[in-house]
Design a protein around this ligand. Structure first.
Ligand SMILES: [Zn+2]
Length: 242
């Protein structure tokens, strides 16, 4: 194998690792944001459950107050009824009293419904509280892991960059520039092998001359279709697919 190809393959190996580490580092803020949103959603669910119970409790107080007002009204009517001398007025007040009593019964029924809803709402608050606490523990743990991973990846990144600088320094500048240009457009797949006379990058059929030039190992050979640098190792099957 050409010495420059061998060096470029080492560089490509380092660059592939670099790309992986950079990608892993890029994902970290998203992962952090997902965790933050998960915690926020659990806390919002708890707030909403609490709010629901508070709303029901104020509804219950309102109903109780209304019952008290109706009962005071009944007392007032009873006094008026006691004091009246007219039969017609006595009957009319009696009718008002029975309306008030019916209203009190209805209000008390509604209040019972609301009390049941409060009980079930309180169970929901307790469940939401447990869930929020559990989520907080999980999220804090994961954020800790994530910070650890970030530090580790940054150390790997620095090491890989140092290695890369050293490797790149030992490569012919012309070949390096050619490689760097391809790295920008093709990512970590610049040097590719030949299998069955096909480019390992774009999978297009290579000309017989290209394959022969590559096997000769005298100069850097590129795929005429995608421009990637081709290399050959004895284990590769270069026989053309006819
Ligand atoms: Zn190609």
């Amino acid at each position: 194998m050409l010495d420059v190809i061998e060096r470029l393959l080492q560089l490509q190996d380092r660059d592939r690792n670099l790309l992986q580490v950079q990608e892993a580092l890029r994902r970290i803020p998203t992962e952090r944001e997902e965790l933050r949103l998960r915690l926020e959603s659990a806390q919002k669910a708890l707030e909403s459950a609490k709010h629901q119970v508070m709303h029901l409790e104020s509804e219950r107080k309102r109903l109780e107050l209304e019952v008290v007002q109706k009962q005071q009204q009944i007392e007032k009517y009873s006094l008026q009824q006691y004091q009246t001398k007219k039969n017609e007025e006595y009957r009319a007040i009696g009718h008002e009293i029975s309306l008030c009593k019916q209203a009190v019964t209805d209000l008390e029924d509604t209040e019972l419904d609301v009390m049941e809803k409060i009980e079930s709402g309180q169970r929901q608050v307790a469940a939401a509280q447990r869930h929020a606490a559990e989520t907080q523990r999980t999220v804090e743990g994961r954020l800790g892991d994530l910070a650890g991973r970030e530090t580790e990846l940054q150390a790997q990144l620095r090491q890989l960059e140092e290695d890369r600088t050293a490797l790149a320094g030992a490569i012919d500048p012309g070949a390096l520039a050619r490689y760097e240009r391809l790295l920008k457009s093709k990512g970590g797949n610049v040097l590719v092998g030949i299998q069955h006379g096909v480019c390992g990058g774009c999978h297009m059929q290579l000309s017989r001359q290209t394959v022969v030039d590559c096997q000769a190992e005298k100069e850097i050979v590129s795929c005429s279709n995608c421009g990637r640098i081709l290399y050959f190792t004895p284990d590769m099957d270069v026989s053309l697919v006819e």
